[in-house]
Design a protein around this ligand. Structure first.
Ligand code: SF4
Ligand code: SF4
Length: 447
């Protein structure tokens, strides 16, 4: 099976996975969702409130170190096998433009479309419209990672209320049109920051697309072409200079020149040379391998000191992530005082008011109750309230002294009170304690 066939299968699997993932839920939580609407982040079936995003730095560290280690080992494996830009370019250039509309030959990426023909202009418009439809669908799919499909359909019924969502989808569609149809592979070369940083991560063990000069011969010297025909090569040197590897290259480079920033690791040139050299019963002169394995004929290792450090860092981040994820709170509580400092009733009992914001971070509903852990104080006029899974509510709660305390003649006195919020259904598990300040007035203010 050629690399091209393997890549197309991989693209199909990735595309189907990406489309289906927003629909997959575990215990009502999504596999991956960043909902600004509900202020939640779902990951692998766990729901985190935005206030719990202290886990995010660990996920980002794992992501970035993971990118470093994957690049150091596999080079631009992402660009060739999984990047949406590459997938969409293959879809547009090779499938829609070449196969569906016959605008160019699939194995000649250097062929310019002849727009002097009216029929080609029409075909190009047709190809672009087909891609725009696909881009609109993919942009909608992308939106489902922020607005889950179940909410998305409901929001569509009321588009005026969700104009930002619609503009986001249209904006993403325009962006895809710009990058895939207009900037093409130039996006990878000039816009994508990843293509710029990755070459510094390479070493002799990194898997990349390598032309084997030891077999094929040096066609270039210091970037200048020095051999123009196979006759100029030594007898033992095998390159036929057919330049089929150049013809198929979507980024319009000649890999015989050596590693170049434009190379997106698509391996089309490897397939091309495999077919050429196959006819001569020889292996391809262009290999997907490391400098060590292809040019220096040495063994490639992934256990270089640099990679071992990367692996150790990822392991440390995963351990910290698991530890912090397991200390996830059963509920989130925030307490603020109201603008009144205190109130004194006719019996000299003092009352302070607070705004409690309580969020149920669990997957099931609970009825919440609150108590003050101090014999001289109690919560008044409060009825336990029910919160559905992940629901948040604000409650004004009064705490009152049940006797006259006479704490100071000169100034108001703050008293630290511990308050416990617990679920009636399961008070041992769902509980949290907050320390709040109760302001008790000076004696002169008492009646
Ligand atoms: S040189 Fe061109 S054809 Fe070969 S892998 Fe790189 S981008 Fe693809
Ligand atoms: S396809 Fe192979 S044989 Fe032909 S020019 Fe490229 S490297 Fe040489």
């Amino acid at each position: 099976m050629s690399y091209q066939q393997k890549r197309v299968i991989t693209y199909c699997v990735i595309t189907i996975f990406t489309i289906v993932l927003p629909f997959v839920t575990i215990n009502g939580n999504h596999m991956l969702l960043l909902s600004f609407d509900k202020m939640q982040f779902h990951f692998a079936g766990f729901a985190f409130a935005m206030q719990e995003l202290y886990l995010m730095p660990f996920l980002l560290m794992i992501l970035f170190i993971g990118i470093f280690v994957i690049t150091t080992i596999g080079g631009r494996i992402w660009c060739g096998w999984a990047c949406p830009q590459t997938i969409f370019r293959v879809l547009f250039r090779d499938f829609i433009e070449s196969k569906l509309f016959g605008l160019r030959k699939i194995n000649n990426k250097q062929q310019q479309i002849d727009y002097s023909k009216y029929s080609n202009q029409l075909k190009k418009i047709g190809a672009t419209l087909v891609f725009l439809l696909f881009a609109l669908f993919i942009s909608t799919n992308f939106m489902w990672y922020f607005v889950p499909p179940e909410d998305f359909l409901a929001y569509l019924q009321d588009p005026q209320e969700h104009i930002f969502m619609i503009l986001f989808i249209l904006g993403t569609t325009v962006f895809l049109f710009y990058t895939v149809v207009l900037t093409k592979e130039d996006f990878c070369t000039y816009f994508c920051p990843y293509s710029r940083v990755q070459s510094v991560l390479y070493d002799d063990n990194t898997k990349q697309v390598v032309y084997d000069t030891t077999r094929g011969g040096n066609i270039y010297h210091n970037g200048q072409k020095i051999v123009f025909s196979a006759k100029e090569l030594e007898k033992s040197e095998e390159c036929t200079l057919c330049d089929l590897c150049v013809k198929v290259c979507p980024t319009h480079i000649d890999i015989k020149k050596g590693l170049q920033v434009e190379c997106i690791n698509c391996l089309e040139c490897v397939d091309a040379c495999t077919s050429v050299m196959g006819k001569l019963q020889k292996p391809s002169l262009i290999q997907w391998g490391s400098t060590n394995s292809v040019l220096l004929k040495k063994k490639t290792t992934i256990l270089s000191p640099k990679n071992i450090m990367y692996f150790a860092s990822i392991l440390a981040c995963v351990v910290l992530l698991v530890v912090f994820a397991n200390s996830k709170e059963y509920m989130l509580v925030n307490v603020n005082r109201t603008t009144d400092l205190f109130k004194i009733d006719d019996n000299n009992l003092v009352k302070n008011n607070y705004i409690f914001t309580v969020q149920n971070t669990q997957n099931q509903a609970y009825t919440y109750d609150i108590k003050v852990n101090h014999a001289d104080f109690e919560i008044t006029k409060f009825t336990p309230f029910r919160l559905e899974a992940n629901q948040r509510v604000k409650k004004v709660i009064s705490i009152e002294s049940n006797k006259v305390l006479h704490l100071s003649n000169e100034k108001n006195t703050p008293i630290s009170l511990e308050v416990t919020i617990f679920a009636q259904e399961d008070p041992t598990v769902v509980t949290t304690t907050k320390t709040i300040a109760f302001i008790y007035p000076k004696d002169s203010l008492l009646k």
